[in-house]
Design a protein around this ligand. Structure first.
Ligand SMILES: [Zn+2]
Length: 239
């Protein structure tokens, strides 16, 4: 092996590193989880608010119907009482008691209906407000996803442009060196080489390297880091 062979392997390593980096960035692309989570939360809140508004509306309608039926009953009893048909004092008393009971019921409905008139508009307004917020969030998500797709397309483009360089670069490297590199790469997270830094440490794991190894790398021998087992390379100009 020569310095030139190592340099060629280093070039291949640069390509592999670029491919790895693109893959990492593609895997880290976030489809908008945080915004989606907020949408889910708002949807739950909105459904609850709609349920509450519906219950209030239903109760109002129900009580108004009951009120009407009480009014009808009162009218009917009134007719019976003052129509001259009922003359028996006990019957009259019974009807008057019924009137009182019905008026009490009506009074209860009146109080609650007033309350419901107060409660219903804000309940409906809350649903509308949540609908508006949901709408905004959904638009935000769509905008965000558009950007993610653009970023993804750019990464795919970069990937294609980089990956075509790999085979020609690999062909430049002597077969034994290449297969050793590939073995290390497979074993150690896709990274088969490490540069020797200015401070004589391994560029991947940070291990301080003995002068003997650095000398070997400089002379074009295939030496590896004792700690992380990558093939060491001394870039030019860093002597
Ligand atoms: Zn190392």
């Amino acid at each position: 092996m020569s310095v030139l062979d190592l340099r060629k392997l280093w070039q291949l390593h640069q390509i592999d590193t670029a491919i790895l980096e693109i893959r990492k960035r593609a895997a880290a692309l976030d489809p908008g989880r945080a915004i989606q989570k907020e949408i889910d939360r708002l949807t739950g809140e909105r459904d609850q608010a709609a349920e509450a508004a519906k219950a209030l509306g239903g109760e109002l309608q129900d009580r108004e119907l009951q009120q009407k039926s009480i009014d009808d009953k009162l009218k009917r009893i009134d007719k019976e009482l003052y129509g001259g048909k009922v003359v028996n004092p006990r019957e009259v008393e019974a009807l008057q008691k019924e009137i009182e009971a019905l008026k009490r019921q009506r009074g209860d409905h009146d109080v609650r209906i007033l309350e419901l008139w107060e409660l219903t508009p804000p309940a409906k307004a809350k649903v509308e407000e949540l609908d508006a917020r949901l709408d905004t969030k959904k638009k935000e998500l769509a905008e965000y996803q558009k950007k993610v797709l653009q970023a993804k397309a750019k990464l795919e483009q970069d990937y294609k442009a980089t990956v075509v360089k790999r085979d020609p670069a690999a062909k430049e490297v002597p077969a034994p060196l290449l297969s050793r590199y590939e073995m290390i790469r497979q074993k150690h997270g896709g990274t088969g080489m490490a540069e020797i830094t200015r401070t004589s440490s391994c560029g991947v794991c940070g291990m301080m390297l003995p002068e003997k190894l650095i000398e070997g790398a400089r002379e074009g021998r295939t030496v590896t880091c004792e700690a992380c087992h990558r093939i060491l390379y001394k870039p030019e100009g860093l002597l």
